[in-house]
Design a protein around this ligand. Structure first.
Ligand code: SAM
Length: 186
């Protein structure tokens, strides 16, 4: 995590918006770094991943950090609402598990479907934070799909922030932070 300006910025945004009373969702637990960060800043975290390896690595990390306010769920983030219906925010760190199987990666259609399902459920001041990687083919597709979708959502209900490192050659990740600024019914 050190010297990673994008992940540090993601954590800065999260620490600004999360309170110790909030329920948070980690949609892609991976090695558990975001899960631990969220657990340290919120009341409770529901963390999802489709791989046993992710659950094993995250379990080790939360034990090492004496963290108990987390439930690890082996399921796709498409099914988040089957487990939790009220939360302040959801964090996605897209792509594949570092040091894992590069073929098991988040996919455009599933990621978009999940985000389209979650946005209406957010309350005012709720948010979705997404770290997007474009260094691999699936990631480019996913990034383009998200870009097209976020262009189309209601600008009065959602503010879409994008933070990137535009002049780096090595295709670093970038952040989308979608903040719900009013309830849909208002
Ligand atoms: C870049 S890693 C996440 C890194 C993690 N946030 C961390 O702090 O270590 C992406 C993870 O997304 C998981 N993933 C892929 N498709 C998924 C899905 N449909 N639902 C949940 N997790 C998924 C992969 O198994 C992988 O572990």
């Amino acid at each position: 995590m050190k010297n990673n300006l994008i992940l540090e910025t993601a954590h800065l945004l999260l620490s600004k918006y999360i309170t110790s009373e909030d329920i948070m969702v980690d949609a892609t637990m991976g090695n558990g770094y975001d899960t631990v960060f969220l657990a340290e800043h919120s009341k409770f975290v529901y963390a999802f991943d489709i791989q046993d390896q992710a659950l094993e690595e995250t379990r080790k990390l939360i034990e090492k950090n004496d963290i108990t306010n987390v439930t690890l769920i082996k399921d796709s983030h498409e099914n988040i609402l089957n487990y939790v219906s009220e939360f302040k925010g959801v964090v996605f760190n897209l792509g594949y598990l570092p040091n894992g199987d590069k073929n098991i990666t988040t996919k455009k259609d599933i990621t978009l479907k999940t985000i389209q399902t979650l946005l209406p459920v957010l309350k005012k001041d709720g948010f979705i934070l997404i770290v997007v990687y474009t260094g691999h083919d699936q990631g480019i597709e996913e990034s383009n799909g998200l870009n097209d979708y976020f262009k189309s959502i209601d600008q009065n209900t959602y503010k879409v922030l994008r933070t990137d490192l535009p002049f780096q050659d090595n295709k670093p990740p970038f952040i989308y932070f979608i903040l719900k600024v009013k309830d849909e019914s208002n």
